[in-house]
Structure formats: structure tokens, C-alpha cells
Design a protein. Structure first.
Length: 120
């Protein structure tokens, strides 16, 4: 199976509004551990690397995260499995139908989400 370079196409615009923020503890810990000084760029960090043995880190999650309908939609569009380009010319239809489903569940347009904690 070859790598699909388009897998995240269109997802970047939805990443920040659609994903819960990382814990400040995690960001500070990674910056210290990796010697980051703010001059480089880092897209994302993973647990499988060529840089040695993975270390466990605990960073508390964000309590009582409230999301609106657009944040929920962006959450879907920010994932590789549901990035906008995968819907082709039906991305607008998906967005409209999801907004309708969300409105039926919460007329106020607010949803509770618990992104969880990072494991120990």
C-alpha cells in the first residue's frame, strides 16, 4: 500500500478550530524535551519515531470543552478519514446534512466534548 500524499488535503483549515487544544503542560514538556526554541516548525508529534525509546508523559485534558456546530464539523473535516477532498463534490451536502443533524440534537448549537487526558 503506497502513501497517499492527498490524504489530508483540505484538512489544515479545519485542524485548529476542529481539534481540542493541546494541554499547555504537553506543549511545554515537548518544547523542553526536544529543545524547541520557536524558530522551527513542527506539524505533529507521534509516539513511534526513529529517535529512541518513547517516553510516557501525562498532561491533563481540558475540562468541560464546549463546541459549537461549526467546531464539530471542522473536527470531522480535520481528520484523514474525512478530509473535505474525500467527499468530492458532495462535501457541501455532507456539511449541510451534519449541520441539520446537529441542530436537531441541540437547538442551541452547543455540544460537550471531553478530549481526555494523555495516558501515563
Amino acid at each position: 500500500m503506497s502513501y497517499d500524499r492527498t490524504i489530508y488535503q483540505g484538512a489544515a483549515a479545519h485542524y485548529r478550530p476542529g481539534r481540542p487544544a493541546y494541554s499547555p503542560q504537553l506543549e511545554a514538556g515537548l518544547a523542553e524535551e526536544l529543545g524547541l526554541d520557536g524558530t522551527g516548525r513542527l506539524l505533529d508529534g507521534g509516539c513511534r519515531t526513529r529517535f529512541g525509546v518513547p517516553q510516557s508523559v501525562f498532561a491533563s485534558g481540558i475540562p468541560d470543552l464546549l463546541r459549537d456546530s461549526e467546531s464539530v464539523l471542522s473536527g470531522y473535516f480535520s481528520m484523514a478519514t474525512s478530509a473535505p477532498h474525500l467527499f468530492g463534490d458532495r462535501a457541501g451536502d455532507f456539511a449541510r446534512e451534519l449541520r441539520e443533524l446537529l441542530a436537531a440534537q441541540s437547538p442551541e448549537g452547543l455540544f460537550w466534548d471531553w478530549p481526555g487526558d494523555t495516558p501515563r
